[in-house]
Design a protein around this ligand. Structure first.
Ligand SMILES: NC(=O)c1ccc[n+]([C@@H]2O[C@H](COP(=O)([O-])OP(=O)(O)OC[C@H]3O[C@@H](n4cnc5c(N)ncnc54)[C@H](O)[C@@H]3O)[C@@H](O)[C@H]2O)c1
Ligand SMILES: O[C@H]1[C@H](O)[C@@H](O)[C@H](O)[C@@H](O)[C@H]1O
Length: 345
């Protein structure tokens, strides 16, 4: 069976996903695209030589009976309406983060999905498919470091544009750690506090940079996460989990090591697109395979999208107050029981 995809939003990541479904992965085909910028949608069809219909909007694309899965890669604020319409039409959805920009919006999607009686939605938290994170999780789950006590994580981008404001350090950047860290240690978040160190001279007026988040979990694990989006030297993701019996580290992204002119050196990536390239491939292939073989996606769920939204809200509040802000989730419905893990790795 070939899974037929309709893509809403043919910008940067929309095209990346179209390219991988068309040229790298198996079992999927792009049959429809749309974008508020219709020229972008048309150019995408030409660029990847797709046999796909260009629709004027998301609702028309969702109504196409030929579309099995709706890929949502539009701007964040547009996600909720498209996801809800697709779920209500009984279609599968692969939605890039954020699932919705508010916790209430995520809950509306959760309710609509539960009404359909099966999981239809996967959120694009691709770190759960990164081999380094999967190795960290396996080590923790096997008890190799005993009970986790602390986490130290770093999320650095070389630079950000003028449109990137302080809040985006949470909703655009930290959001990846928000999803990955609770999954890694099998715990829920309890509180968050934010500290702003001295501001780098490379940050523009509307962004406070760097930022330090201290997140505490229900069992008392303390996570220190640095977001530094004008670090200049490259794209750098680090994660270290400190347990009672040992410490596990996220492996460095592999790079050739050079010995030359009295120096030992290796490169650092400059762009996020390359850091998780393999993870994106595994993520979407797993989505296709799960839909075909199990009838439901098995990756991060709408409930994970809700957890991320609630946590992000508390982080943004903490940015403003400087106080420790609580993170409080509704009770998890049995429908979402289990911990979405990639079984294929
Ligand atoms: N998982 C990841 O690592 C990752 C990486 C990058 C982006 N993202 C997420 O993916 C989404 C897209 O990001 P991007 O970098 O591709 O942005 P982008 O601006 O390059 O592309 C977004 C596209 O969506 C279109 N669009 C906006 N609203 C629309 C609507 N209502 N209907 C149809 N089209 C619409 C825009 O015209 C644009 O072409 C964002 O939510 C972003 O947070 C995730
Ligand atoms: O800070 C960036 C992250 O490092 C990337 O992984 C993307 O999510 C991008 O949208 C963010 O701006």
């Amino acid at each position: 069976m070939t899974v037929k995809f309709g893509v809403v939003g043919t910008g940067a990541i929309g095209r990346e996903h179209i390219n991988r479904i068309t040229n790298s992965l198996s079992g999927g085909k792009i049959v429809a695209v749309t974008d508020v910028n219709q020229d972008s949608a048309k150019q995408t069809v030409e660029q990847y030589q797709l046999d796909a219909v260009v629709y004027p909007n998301d609702l028309a694309l969702i109504a196409d009976e030929n579309v099995d899965v709706v890929v949502v890669t539009s701007w964040g604020p547009a996600h909720e309406a498209t996801v809800l319409a697709a779920v209500e039409a009984g279609k599968y959805v692969f939605c890039e983060k954020p699932l919705a920009t508010t916790a209430e919006g995520c809950l509306r999607i959760v309710e609509a999905e539960m009404k359909q009686g099966k999981k239809l939605v996967q959120v694009g938290f691709m770190r759960r498919y990164d081999s380094g994170y999967v190795q960290l999780k396996e080590a923790i789950d096997k008890g190799e470091i005993g009970q986790p006590l602390m986490v130290r994580a770093v999320h650095r981008n070389p630079e950000v544009g003028e449109s990137y404001v302080t809040e985006m350090a949470v909703v655009d950047t930290l959001i990846h750690e928000i999803d990955a860290l609770h999954w890694l240690v099998n715990d829920d978040y309890k509180s968050v506090q934010v500290v702003f160190p001295r501001k780098t001279k490379y940050a523009h007026d509307k962004v406070q940079d760097p930022q330090l988040f201290t997140i505490e979990t229900n069992s008392g694990i303390v996570m220190n996460v640095e977001v530094f989006v004008n670090c200049k030297y490259g794209y750098d993701i680090q994660c270290e989990v400190i347990g009672e019996d040992g410490v596990v580290y996220l492996p460095e992204f592999p790079s050739v090591v050079t010995r030359k002119n009295g120096k030992l050196s290796s490169g650092i990536l400059q762009d996020w697109k390359y850091r998780f390239m393999d993870a994106y491939d595994v993520e979407i292939q797993d989505f296709i395979d799960s839909v075909v073989k199990k009838g439901e996606p098995q990756g991060p769920t709408s409930w994970d999208g809700y957890i991320a939204a609630v946590t992000a809200d508390a982080c943004v509040k903490a940015q403003k107050t400087g106080e420790k802000e609580s993170i409080s989730l509704q009770e998890k419905p049995a429908f979402y029981s289990g911990n979405a893990v990639c079984e294929t790795l």
